[in-house]
Ligand binder design. Structure first.
Ligand SMILES: Nc1ncnc2c1ncn2[C@@H]1O[C@H](COP(=O)(O)OP(=O)(O)O)[C@@H](O)[C@H]1O
Ligand SMILES: O=c1ccn([C@@H]2O[C@H](COP(=O)(O)OP(=O)(O)O)[C@@H](O)[C@H]2O)c(=O)[nH]1
Length: 224
């Protein structure tokens, strides 16, 4: 199979101005001339807004709250697809079997969420594992992995490289709908078992993907 890039984008991209989204579209169109792209979009503010509404009207089931998040992430995926079609498969891919069927016929496949109990980071690792890709580029809401949450602890220290084992010790995030901050534990388990490296870079700098493709490290390398 041609070189495939597995790219995860925080849903926060879709909470910003359209010009940044347009910047991603242009980069993906450029990259699709040389690579197959499997893009995974997060749920962002849309997911948190609707999960919040659901909780306010008394929905407490994590199944329903996660499903709302999944559909939110799929709507963000649709936005990218609408601008990348006909290069992109014309709907968010619903499962890994479908992905394996369509990836040979389209330059770009876009996914939102897949199943309750995980985040889109897990989707990205499931996609990479299914496609036999050993690297995931994760456009995150943070520039690097730190030794603790830098938003809460200003004295947090950044890592340029960190092992999955060490990161698992650091992460304390709740694995709940709308939470799973930074990366969820299931994603790390898949990365570890299939020896997949995750490269974190800030979503406000989409062009850093070219540095990564040249072997540079603009953020943090999470290695198995
Ligand atoms: N050790 C850590 N290093 C970096 N960020 C962390 C860490 N622990 C928690 N976080 C939080 O995770 C957030 C990034 O996760 P998130 O907002 O879910 O982004 P994404 O949408 O890319 O998953 C950061 O803004 C930060 O508040
Ligand atoms: O396979 C998936 C992907 C996402 N989600 C839900 O959808 C929300 C939004 O996804 P994510 O948190 O990954 O988006 P981001 O952090 O990028 O905004 C998650 O919090 C989960 O509640 C899910 O249940 N299964």
């Amino acid at each position: 199979m041609d070189d495939v890039l597995v790219i995860k984008i925080t849903g926060k991209l879709f909470d910003t101005d359209a010009s940044l989204i347009k910047g991603y579209v242009e980069i993906f169109k450029d990259l699709s001339r040389k690579y197959k792209l499997a893009i995974i979009t997060g749920g962002g503010g849309l997911a948190r807004k609707y999960i919040g509404y659901a909780r306010e009207i008394g929905v407490s089931s994590n199944y329903w709250l996660d499903m709302i998040g999944i559909r939110s992430a799929q709507l963000n995926a649709y936005l990218l697809i609408s601008s990348l079609y006909p290069k992109a498969y014309p709907e968010p891919v619903n499962n890994l079997e479908e992905l394996l069927r369509i990836i040979n016929n389209y330059e770009i496949a876009v996914l939102g969420g897949l199943i309750p109990g995980q985040s889109t980071a897990s989707v990205a690792l499931e996609v990479a594992e299914a496609l036999g890709v050993n690297k995931v580029i994760d456009y995150s809401a943070i520039d690097k992995v730190y030794d603790k949450d830098p938003v809460k602890y200003p004295d947090a220290k950044p890592y340029n490289k960190i092992s999955i084992t060490k990161l698992r010790e650091i992460l304390r995030q709740k694995q709940l709908p709308g939470e799973y901050a930074l990366i969820d534990l299931r994603a790390l388990d898949i990365a570890e078992r299939s020896k997949i490296t995750i490269i974190i870079t800030h979503y406000k700098k989409p062009e850093t993907i070219y540095d990564i493709l040249r072997g540079e490290n603009p953020g943090t390398i999470i290695y198995p």
